[in-house]
Design a protein around this ligand. Sequence first.
Ligand SMILES: Nc1nc2c(c(=O)[nH]1)N[C@H]1C(S)=C(S)[C@@H](COP(=O)(O)O)O[C@H]1N2
Ligand SMILES: [Mo]
Length: 220
Amino acid sequence: MSDDLLPEDSKLTRSKRDWAESGKFLTGRIARPEAGRLPPGQHLVRNWPVLDLGRQPDVQTSRWKLKIDGLVERPVTLDWAAFQALPQERRTSDIHCVTTWSRYDNPWRGVSTQALLDLVQPREEAAAVMLHGYDGYTTNLLLDDFAAPDALLVHEWEGKPLAREHGGPVRLVVPHLYFWKSAKWISRVEVLGQDRAGFWEINGYHLRGDPWREERYSGS
Ligand SMILES: Nc1nc2c(c(=O)[nH]1)N[C@H]1C(S)=C(S)[C@@H](COP(=O)(O)O)O[C@H]1N2
Ligand SMILES: [Mo]
């Protein structure tokens, strides 16, 4: 999907851009993970809020595909059967959203990003990834963050298929970064030689997004 399909001037996009400019939600504190479970400026919720650009693509597993390409030795396009045939892992992790809610103990099931990378074999020059969603969303990660041991391509939450509004059939979950990095309805992992900004990162969000360092906005 091309960038011009993205709602650049939607109310949500504009208000988030304004927050980034004014530093909304910044506490100025730095916390370490061992200092507690809740990162600075966050509060706990029990529900699971839905946040996206307002389009929730309906991707049936029969036509679902995930492409992994770019700076890799062996680019692949997985269909549902090929994805399910990869080793399946269970992990439980916390969610930290840049809009200040956190949700503890989410039980996931899916394929580790390390297993995917083993399959495609990133080249020597690979340094970052751009994730693409079926809704046209993009977000960037350093290759090391994408390859974190607890990062999963998730298709189950609490033992049930991941709901469409949360990015089903398959989304990324990278627990150690703010949740905007966890692309829903993932369609493509593009391996890059250099980090570059995705959708929210272009709109003022931090390139990396570590909640323990309160990396909410670029310049924070
Ligand atoms: N494809 C896609 N992924 C996305 C988004 C999006 O708009 N499109 N929004 C991001 C943001 S800003 C957040 S906070 C989380 C929200 O995930 P949730 O709706 O499951 O809570 O998804 C992230 N992944
Ligand atoms: Mo978000």
